[in-house]
Design a protein around this ligand. Sequence first.
Ligand SMILES: [Fe+2]
Length: 219
Amino acid sequence: MDSFADSKRSIAGLKSLGFTGAVITPHLYRGVFDNQAAQLRVAFDEFLAALRNDGIEFPLFLAGEYFADDHFLKLIEQGDLLFTPVADERWVLLEFPYLQESPFATACLAALVNRGYRPIIAHVERYRFVARAPEVWLEQFERYGAVLQGDIGSLAGQHGEDVKRFAVSLLDKNKIAIWGTDIHKSKQIERHIVPGLAQLGAAGRLSSILNPMLTGISS
Ligand SMILES: [Fe+2]
């Protein structure tokens, strides 16, 4: 199946679960996913036009998921980041390496704050260094006013039992403000999002933080 057809399946799957729109966050990770904001904006506009052409209505907003490294520090300085507008703030999603502490983590957080952005920590439950010392890291993130994001599939074991345990403990403590799907392919919806959502709903933690922004977008 080509990627456009699979994107349409993803949208249909999300709609069937009650999602009323989505912020999509392609990777910007130098050397791994060499995307640039300007190119992504063009591709996104083409994508929206193709959806419209097929009569598909679903509000979408383009943001990004930035890998915290020296290149990202330069992008922050240039000040043209893909962000999610929440109220009058600009929220930027950033991710770290999974296994060990990033040498750029605090520098990137500080730079974002200095430029007037609010950091969102991507899939916080998946970092081993955070799971090893959650008090230290959650306090550190809080110091920079960062919002924590979690992957719904983590609650259903998509990333293993250790990650699941940590995700559930963060859910229980109500530490995660935004739960995202992290879907890269439509088949992940049935397998990971449906069971993860069941846990979130049961815990009363389905977040609608992004709804006001998405309802302002015409599809
Ligand atoms: Fe990620």
